[in-house]
Design a protein around this ligand. Structure first.
Ligand SMILES: NC(=O)c1ccc[n+]([C@@H]2O[C@H](COP(=O)([O-])OP(=O)(O)OC[C@H]3O[C@@H](n4cnc5c(N)ncnc54)[C@H](OP(=O)(O)O)[C@@H]3O)[C@@H](O)[C@H]2O)c1
Length: 298
């Protein structure tokens, strides 16, 4: 996924209705869908992104004050990941500033099985503002809008997972839970474990993808050393190499091999299945290599 296209340059959507919501990561997988849903509900939204005006950068707190002007609630979607050492001081400084500026509610996107993310959750819980935590499984859309897209296009997913299963979740469900928490009463003080409806092995993932695409996508469980060598060879920034290695070596060790019920609890309906995601996404052409850089939004 190269970029996000909006019909008009709408980095700030001004509507009369309070509250004004700042959606951090508002151009990303969950954030842009949250923006769209809030916008559809005629909420006043400001998109937090390094490309926005005013720009929001987690690594440059000088711009935060302006982004928080007039804001009463924030979707806190940290990039690249709450597991990174930079996250804790950034979340601390951001929540303190948000509180000072009059923000009343935070909805935090967190990751399952990450000690460092739990520490960030604690910062939000004790921030003095209302809070909701959306603690999410790995996203289906990593296969179409993220790190694994190229592998599906190439027909082989090669990752060091050692037989571990993950209850992959659709980002539409995560975004729906976040939107509910931002636009309805009753989600304050809740921790929603958002997962898909079933645990999936990577063998099952490629089976679903192959079925949806009508061609074989294979899976190879590779050693960590080979994976590390591969991502280093791709010229990735060192912090991203560290993050991917951490996610596969530490988080993908079986600790998250259980279903969560956050989607049902928050929305009163079950989560979407990976099969539906695979079929709808295949129709967009994103997994056709020739379409590699097209926008997908299903
Ligand atoms: N991917 C998963 O499976 C998964 C699962 C559970 C939880 N999460 C959590 O979801 C969050 C987002 O991860 P993602 O992989 O899904 O990415 P994403 O939301 O698709 O993309 C990252 C977003 O953050 C923005 N961003 C990137 N660097 C930034 C910076 N330095 N300052 C401010 N904004 C920045 C990007 O916008 P600009 O480039 O426009 O600035 C983009 O909107 C992370 O905290 C991750 O831990 C992810």
């Amino acid at each position: 996924m190269k970029s996000i296209f909006y019909p008009v340059k709408l980095f700030e959507i001004k509507r009369q209705k309070p509250p004004r919501t700042l959606v951090l990561g508002g151009t990303g997988k969950t954030g842009r869908r949250v923006v769209q849903s809030l916008w559809d509900g005629e909420h006043s939204v400001r998109i937090g992104s390094r490309q926005a005006d005013p720009a929001f950068d987690w690594q440059d707190s000088a711009g935060w004050d302006k982004c928080l002007d007039g804001v009463t609630q924030v979707y806190v979607n940290f990039a690249p990941d709450l597991a990174m050492p930079m996250a804790r001081p950034a979340i601390t400084a951001f929540t303190e500033m948000a509180h000072r500026k009059g923000v009343r509610k935070l909805v935090l996107l967190s990751g399952r099985g990450e000690e460092e993310a739990l520490a960030c959750e604690q910062i939000v819980r004790f921030s003095g503002m209302d809070w909701t935590i959306v603690r999410s499984a790995w996203f289906n859309q990593n296969f179409s809008e993220g790190a694994f897209t190229g592998m599906v296009q190439d027909g082989q997913i090669a990752l060091p997972v050692g037989g571990t299963c993950e209850p992959f979740v659709d980002v539409h469900d995560v975004a729906d839970v976040v939107t509910a928490a931002l636009s309805e009463e009753g989600h304050e003080g809740k921790v929603y474990e958002t997962t898909g409806p079933r645990l999936l092995s990577f063998e099952q993932i490629v089976e679903e993808l192959s079925g949806a695409l009508g061609r074989t996508i294979s899976f190879a469980d590779i050693p960590h050393e080979a994976f590390l060598e591969g991502i280093q060879g791709m010229g990735m920034p060192p912090e991203m190499v560290w993050l991917l290695e951490y996610l596969f070596a530490t988080v993908m060790d079986g600790r998250n091999e259980q279903i969560g019920y956050g989607v049902q609890e928050a929305l009163g309906r079950p989560p979407r299945d990976f099969r539906d995601y695979a079929r709808l996404t295949a129709l967009t052409g994103v997994w056709d290599a020739a379409q590699a850089f097209n926008l997908v939004s299903v």
